[in-house]
Design a binder for this molecule. Structure first.
Ligand SMILES: Cc1cc2nc3c(=O)[nH]c(=O)nc-3n(C[C@H](O)[C@H](O)[C@H](O)COP(=O)(O)OP(=O)(O)OC[C@H]3O[C@@H](n4cnc5c(N)ncnc54)[C@H](O)[C@@H]3O)c2cc1C
Length: 418
């Protein structure tokens, strides 16, 4: 069986790796000049910065662990750093473990007591699809849903929790299915944030190095069914025929190619919204209270488009020159971007509102991540089901919009798929 995979992001490359491991002939086409999609580590004087993910959740014996071991990818964990939620004009520490949430000022006593009842809340069937905020409110109470969830979700999906489907974070339903979230988390164990040596971009590079046939700079432009049931793909002046074509592409890119071959799938995929976000990377003199931390997220109503700032130099010390601390500030997303956040001066003013002792940066760079993050709004499940059901034999679609937003979700989803 020959397979052509379109898209050389982590999804396409990991899918190709799984198929190659099973002895199949696989070719990958990547439109960009290098592999990785959003997962790229780019040089920046004296260090580097990430265009997309800063780390991946790793745990012994999981899909991430199995893949990293199989491709000999060295990685490090920074451990557990402090993290905060910006609320009420100040940064409030987020406790490292759920039990210590009881002593946190993040929520009222009533909200904490309600949260403790979670193990006794009955499990609800998967259908009909529930909203993310409604799910959290049902299981953990209104306090968690309104006071804690919005900042956490803004930090992952750059979107308001109350428009999203519970499927936006697939782990939640998986944990509930074990009886309760507490039980699910206890059973699945603790994951650690890890970063490959050299940055996240090392993962797609290592995957590509182990694949027989990866082509970059080759964008698929048309897809057509052949009379013998095989598929023909054209792009960049090349034509390829394969038994199977896997579209490892964002939904909107897959929709373009599927237009005539699978119109129902194309319509369903075209209806999945994506979020754009502005990323400001900045290097500052290291501040003791911030430099060894994960960073902070802002309760969205208070953030007014400023979602928070993380500390990549804590996760990956090689990213910044010695003595400097590297921040990455997230702006806009589905919350919109007010005019003051169009420039670094505006972003710096917001940063210094929360960290008044932060010195002006020694270097700054701005990246616009256009349509970078899928937005699984309520109704997402039906869209994904319609997209998959409409695919003729020999076509498949793989994406974080199908498996979940994080690299861990993708690698777990792909392992089952393969
Ligand atoms: C700013 C940001 C921060 C993130 N932070 C984290 C994090 O800390 N931890 C975490 O786990 N996850 C994080 N994520 C999510 C994670 O990075 C993504 O889920 C993952 O990288 C998506 O990979 P992908 O291969 O599915 O898609 P993509 O990376 O979008 O790859 C798709 C590829 O397809 C190519 N392509 C498009 N059209 C065609 C065509 N017609 N023919 C051929 N090729 C084509 C594109 O060039 C691209 O390379 C973050 C994402 C972003 C954007």
């Amino acid at each position: 069986m020959s397979t052509l995979i379109l898209g050389g992001g982590v999804t396409g490359l990991a899918a190709a790796w799984h198929l190659q491991q099973r002895g199949q002939a696989v070719e990958v086409w990547e439109a960009g000049s290098s592999v990785g999609g959003w997962m790229k580590t780019l040089p920046w004087e004296g260090g580097h910065f990430e265009t997309g993910p800063q780390g991946v959740l790793w745990q012994k014996g999981t899909a991430v662990d199995r893949l990293f071991s199989a491709i000999d990818l060295p990685f490090k964990s920074p451990g557990t750093g402090a993290r905060w939620v910006g609320k009420g004009g100040r940064l409030i520490p987020v406790p490292a473990s759920p039990p210590s949430l009881m002593f946190s000022s993040l929520m009222t006593l009533g909200a904490k007591l309600r949260m403790m009842a979670e193990p006794f809340i009955p499990v609800r069937g998967a259908e009909p699809e529930e909203g993310l905020s409604a799910f959290i409110e049902r299981r953990l109470g209104r306090g968690v849903a309104t006071e804690l969830l919005p900042a956490m979700v803004a930090g992952v999906l750059a979107a308001p929790a109350d428009i999203l489907s519970v499927d936006a974070i697939p782990k939640l339903r998986q944990w509930e299915a074990t009886g309760s979230l507490v039980n699910g988390i206890r059973k699945s164990g603790v994951s650690h944030m890890v970063v490959p040596e050299g940055g996240m971009g090392a993962l797609p590079i290592q995957l590509a190095a182990r694949l027989a046939d990866v082509r970059t700079g080759l964008r698929a432009e048309a897809l057509e069914a052949m009379p013998d049931g095989r598929w023909r793909v054209r792009g960049g002046g090349e034509v390829r025929e394969a038994d199977r074509v896997v579209l490892a592409l964002p939904a909107f890119e897959a929709a373009l190619l599927l237009g005539s071959a699978a119109p129902q799938s194309a319509a369903a995929l075209g209806a999945i919204p994506y979020t754009s976000v502005d990323l400001w990377h900045s290097r500052h003199a290291a501040l003791p209270q911030l430099k060894d931390s994960f960073g902070f997220l802002i309760h969205p109503p208070e953030g007014r488009g400023y979602l928070g700032s993380l500390v990549p130099s804590w996760m990956d010390p090689q990213s910044a020159p010695d003595g400097l601390m590297q921040l990455r500030s997230f702006i806009g997303g589905a919350f919109g971007k007010p005019a003051d956040l169009e420039t670094w001066e505006g972003v710096q003013a917001r940063l210094q509102h929360w960290i008044p002792t932060l010195a002006a940066p020694l270097a700054v760079r701005h990246e616009r991540a256009e349509r970078a993050i899928p937005r699984p709004e309520l109704g997402h499940r039906a869209r994904v089901q319609a997209a998959l059901a409409g695919l003729p034999a020999g076509l498949d679609w793989l994406s974080n919009a199908r498996f979940g937003p994080g690299v861990r979700d993708i690698l777990e989803g792909l392992e089952s798929w393969a």
